[in-house]
Design a protein around this ligand. Sequence first.
Ligand code: HEC
Length: 165
Amino acid sequence: MPTVTVKLSQTEFSKLEALAAASRRTKSAVLREALAHSGKKSPSLLHAMRPYIGKLRGPGDLSTNKSRMKGYGATLNAAQTTTLLDYLEKTQGPKQQAANSDAAAKALLEASCTGCHDLDLVSNRTGNQAEWQEVVDRMNGRGAGLSEKDVPVLVQYLVKTYPKK
Ligand code: HEC
């Protein structure tokens, strides 16, 4: 099976841990389940999480059990543990991914296209796919230094941001 390493904040990790504990499954199983549900349009996140709500054993507010809280670094109750999926949806959902990739493309533009001239040259121009492709290839030939995989990212961004009028 392919393996993915995910960086989580302490709070996110605590949520995942609590979710896993509440449903007595591994953290991997919880994430896989979250993924399996993330593509389906209807049942709401809350609905998907319903089986786990209230399943956390022990005091409703784990802060009453100080030793248990040590590793968590946060006060968690059962309802809070349901926010992991919400979080995944917000940070990894289609809208957010589009915003992330726009930001990445803009960073490429700023890093690779400002060495020899201002970005005015870019923003004063428009183009379709083929035209922007030609510009980026030409600039790469001059030494812009974009990698093969970054070229289409930047071209797509330019087509979207400065489309042919
Ligand atoms: C190594 C220097 C250099 C870098 C880096 C560079 N350019 Fe240029 N650029 C030039 C030169 C020289 C010209 C004028 C000659 C020409 O048009 O080819 C130019 C002109 C342009 C023009 C105006 C001419 C046209 O075809 O519309 C655009 C747009 C442009 N560059 C976009 C970019 C973009 C996008 C990047 C980043 C991928 C970039 N440049 C990076 C040197 C560079």
